[in-house]
Structures are given as C-alpha cells and as structure tokens.
Design a protein around this ligand. Structure first.
Ligand code: ADP
Ligand code: F6P
Length: 542
C-alpha cells in the first residue's frame, strides 16, 4: 500500500496543551494525518552548530514524525531570511517589507537540498510525497536530482501574488521552474491558482493543456485549488468540553453586561490588527452609547521574533492598545484586552463561544482557519457574528459573513455596529450557511481532494499515450489556441478521486501496521525520541 509522506517546515503535532507554536498549517496537517500510517517530515525547530542530517523520530498522537535540526545560518538565511523576509512579505503584497539578499536565496536552496538528502532514503516505491508551503518550493527538484521518481505534490498555504508583483523577485523564473518538478501544485483559491497560471502563460512562455494541465520549462504539471478546512467535528466537540465551558464561564463573569468582540491571530503584520484596532476605536468614537457596553479581546501570540518587521508590529500594537485604553478606559472598564499568549485548543474554543463578534480582518491571507474555528465553536441557538476580510481565502467560502475591506477602519466600525445590532434570526440564518460550509469543506475533504488528485496524476497522464510518459516529458510546441481558456480550469476532484484517497488511508494506522519502514541506511543517523525503536515500529493499540 502507498504511504503518505508529508513534508513541511514546521512539524508540530498539537499536544493540545497550548505549548506549541501556532499556525494553520500545523493544525491542519495534524488533523489530516491522523488516519494515515504515513510520515511527517520537517524541521525540529532546533538549531545545532553543524548540520548532521541526523533524524529524530517520534510517534505522536498516531503520527510518525521525523525531524532534523538546522544550523544557525540556516535559520537566519532560510527561515528568517528567504522564507520570512522575502517570500512571505512579497506573497502578502508587502513589497515595502520584502528584502532581497543573495545569501537568503543560497540558504533557502541549501536547506531544501539538505531536507531532500535526509528525506530521500526514507521514500519507498509507490509512496506519495506531499510538500507544504513556501519554505519548500525547491524540494521536489532536489528530490528528482537524487533520483526520486515518486508522485510529488505541493500545496501553497499562503496567497500566490499577481504576476506583475512576482516579477519583482530576483530569479522569479527559477522559483516557478522549481514548481514544475512536482506532479500537482495546489492553491487555496481559484484566484491564487489563476495568478500562477497567468505568470506561467505570460512570463514563462507556458501553455495550458486543459483539465488543469500546464506545460512550461519542458515539464507538464497539474494545478488545482483545494481550500483547506478545519476538523469541524473535533472543534464542535472541543467547544462543548468541560474546559471550554469553564473558559466560557470565566469570560462571561468578566464581561457581565458587556458584549465581547474577539480577534485571534499570530502576531503578524499580514493580519491587519492595526487597522482592526483603529476600526474598534472608531466604533467607540462614533457610538458613545456602546462605550462600556463592549470590549475587544485580541489574542496575538508572538511569532517570528527573528524578523524586524515582526518586532516592529508588536511595538505598534502595544502602543495602539495602550492609546485606546488611555482614551476610553474607566475605573471598571478597559475597552481593549490585548494578550500575547498561546492557549489550549479547548480554551480557545471557549473564548470563541463567549464572543458575540469575531473580527477576522487580515490584509491578505491564504485561507484563515480562525474564521472557521469561530464558526464551528458557536452555540447554534445563539451564534455570534463573523466579520471577515474580503482578502482572506476563507471569504470565497464563508460568503454569509459580514465581508469588509480590512484596510478601512470605517468599514470595520460599520460592520461591527451591524454585527452588534443584528437580530437573533439573522444571526442564526447566517451562521447556518457558514457552518454548513465549514462542516462540508473540512480538513478531511481537503486532504482527500488533494491526495486523490495527486494519486490520479500519473494514471490519467500515462493514459494519454500520444503524449508519452508524464515524468520527464519534453515540451513540444502547441498551437496558440491550446493556451489556457477560462473554462479549462481544474475541477476539484470528484468522488472517484476522493475514493482513491480513501483507499490510501490505512485502517490499521493506529493498530499493528508498521509506522515507518526504514530502508537499510536510511538517514545518516537515527535518534528515536520518547520510545525505543522497537516500539516505534509497532505502535500500541489505542
Ligand atoms: P496562520 O496559519 O497564518 O497562522 P490561520 O488562521 O490559518 O493563520 O491559523 C492559525 C492557527 O493558530 C489556528 O488554528 C488558531 O487556532 C491557532 N492559534 C492562533 N492563536 C492562538 C493562540 N493564542 N493559542 C493557540 N492557538 C492559536
Ligand atoms: O499558514 C502559513 C504559515 O506560514 C505556515 O506555513 C506556518 O507553519 C504558520 O504560518 C506559522 O508560521 P511559523 O511556522 O513561521 O511560526
């Protein structure tokens, strides 16, 4: 049976205790991998003086996790550098914050090569490899150079920028070319996929072959949009847990006779928190009757402290929350409560449930899972209102939210006022439509759609005997009218593809099946954390 190998920079299966670094990717992958007997590979989050390629293996919550430590220079050039000072700001339309430094690019390529060299010996014939996010765009190319011919898919969790913006990146063509070493490249929304296609057609001399196939750089790949979801069932359960109820009660006591507005975001400049604070301030200024009636809780755990722009936004938010409180607070009321801590998932669910309004207003966001968690945590008989940025990927699906332009404090203030005045019937009606989507397009649907489409790539393409084998296929000139037409876009896979994904799912993942079959000579060293290697190969029954 094929195994699923997931690769991401951040490898943090949630302990549920609120200790781990937060982020949508880790939350989604932990949920997505739960039913597979696969492997999750990535960076340990630790640095060592010299890269050793030594693997640390753990089995956590039914998932086998293999990590490597990186050097300090890797951290600076790859993670803080190319990933978070170059690609992240550029892909979030912050060209003003984008740093171009050749050493970052070199560090990025080096770490991807190191990841490939460490991972390649673990890959067996028939394994599906699923690579995640902007840290690892060149990984497939590196794996191919090491002779890996397996199907490899890539999913981008963040936006793909308009092609005019992407061309400001030095060596943009190499970056896009690296994506053509994959079999399938997935995006969060049709808009991001189209932006990628436009680049390929306009700047890379590529052609669209229909059915979501794109050809450029001598290779053909498939592209598609696969909106990521949450584990809705689990979140509903969490919202009803004892700890969630306790958190709810504590907040209810602290906000007696007041209505709470909540924001939950990693402390990142892309999340639009400054504009949001200004929007709330404007609400207080324009509606004196609401003063003392409402309070705004912003939870914002510190993120990427090694990057200046993150330290700066932190300073600005500290000042802004202080200023609003200084202006409006009273002896028994602080309008803004601003905390920088991590919380357990069940506590967070209780916080969402206690809020009457959620402000989810990123300036740009690949998807935004907080919006979906808020919806899942609501009381169906008295739900809160979601105010959502039109620039979050989630706005494509959560159309019954109050959709705002996050750059406009005026619009945010108006939407807040509308949310706080909304009657119960409208709240329930809107929430039902939102919850229906969150439940239907959940993390399992996302995983099955992507894995199904990846599993189907070669089959479908090899069946086109006239075009030769998919991998290694050489580009041939195509007639101009074969260029991509709007209705050529990839459809999300139908039932048959999702079926292929379920066939890959391992019913014995938590039973007697070996968690990880290590070929002879795998990795350059093997360090098993938590359990001995014998028990790793045979996970206990749960
Ligand atoms: P991103 O991936 O950019 O951080 P998302 O909204 O998609 O944005 O995902 C953020 C994830 O991090 C969500 O699952 C959210 O619950 C989690 N999270 C955010 N803040 C906290 C916090 N203070 N404590 C625990 N989890 C948090
Ligand atoms: O979801 C986007 C993302 O960049 C993920 O790739 C990442 O894990 C998450 O946000 C949190 O960021 P970081 O891993 O840098 O803490």
């Amino acid at each position: 049976m094929s195994r699923l190998i997931v690769v991401s920079n951040r490898v943090t299966p949630p302990s549920g205790k609120g200790e781990e670094a937060v982020g949508g990717l880790a939350m989604a992958l932990a949920a997505a991998l739960r039913e597979y007997s696969g492997l999750w590979f990535g960076w340990s989050g630790k640095t060592i003086p010299e890269f050793s390629g030594q693997l640390n293996l753990q089995r956590i919550d039914g998932v086998t996790v293999a990590t490597v430590d990186l050097e300090e220079a890797d951290l600076n050039e790859y993670y803080n550098g190319y990933a978070n000072k170059t690609l992240w700001p550029l892909f979030h339309y912050r060209q003003d914050l984008t740093a171009y430094d050749r050493s970052f690019d070199e560090g990025y390529q080096r770490v991807n090569r190191r990841f490939a060299e460490t991972l390649a010996p673990l890959i067996e014939e028939g394994d599906l490899v699923w690579v995640h996010d902007y840290h690892l765009i060149p990984l497939a190319r590196e794996l191919r150079e090491l002779g890996i011919t397996n199907r490899i898919g890539f999913f981008l969790h963040i936006p793909w920028p308009a092609h005019q913006l992407l061309t400001t990146l030095p060596r943009h063509s190499e970056l896009v070319q690296a994506l053509f070493a994959y079999d399938l490249v997935g995006f969060q929304t049709p808009e991001y996929r189209q932006a990628f296609e436009e680049y390929v057609l306009n700047d890379a001399d590529g052609v669209g072959l229909g059915e979501g196939r794109l050809r450029a750089f001598g290779r053909t790949i498939r592209v598609g949009d696969f909106p990521i979801g949450i584990d809705a069932e689990e979140f509903v359960r969490l919202a009803d847990s004892a700890r969630a109820r306790r958190t709810f009660d504590v907040l209810a006591a602290h906000t007696a006779f007041r209505r709470m507005i909540v924001g939950v975001d990693r402390l990142d400049y892309s999340k639009g928190m400054e504009e949001r604070f200004l929007g709330f301030e404007r609400l207080l200024a324009e509606h004196p009757d609401l003063r003392r009636e409402v309070l705004f809780l912003q939870i914002a755990p510190i993120s990427r402290e090694g990057v200046d722009a993150y330290r700066e936004i932190r300073g600005r938010l500290d000042a802004l929350s202080g200023r609003i409180n200084g202006e409006y607070a009273d002896i028994d009321w602080n309008p803004v409560r601003y905390v920088n801590r991590n919380y357990r998932r069940d506590e967070l669910a209780g916080v969402y449930r206690a809020a009457k309004v959620a402000l989810v207003t990123p300036l740009r966001d690949g998807m935004n899972l907080v919006a979906k968690e808020f919806v899942a945590a609501q009381d169906p008989t008295d739900p809160g209102v979601l105010v959502l940025s039109r620039f979050a990927g989630a706005a494509n699906q959560l159309t019954s939210a109050l959709i705002v332009n996050p750059n406009s404090p005026e619009e945010i203030a108006e939407a807040l006022h509308q949310a706080l005045s909304m009657d119960l019937m409208e709240r329930i009606e809107r929430w039902r439509a939102l919850f229906d989507n969150v439940q239907r397009e959940d993390v399992t649907a996302w995983r099955d759609a992507f894995v199904g489409a990846l599993a189907a790539t070669r089959d479908r393409d090899q069946a086109r005997s006239a075009e030769g084998p998919f991998y290694g296929e050489q580009a041939r000139p195509l007639p101009v009218d074969a260029r991509l037409q709007p209705n050529d876009r990839t459809e999300r896979p139908g039932k048959d593809q999702a079926g292929e994904a379920s066939a890959l799912r391992d019913p014995e993942a938590r039973g007697d099946a070996p968690a990880l079959r290590l070929p002879t000579g795998a990795g350059r060293g093997l360090q098993v954390l938590g359990r001995d290697q014998g028990s790793l190969a045979r996970p206990p029954r749960t």
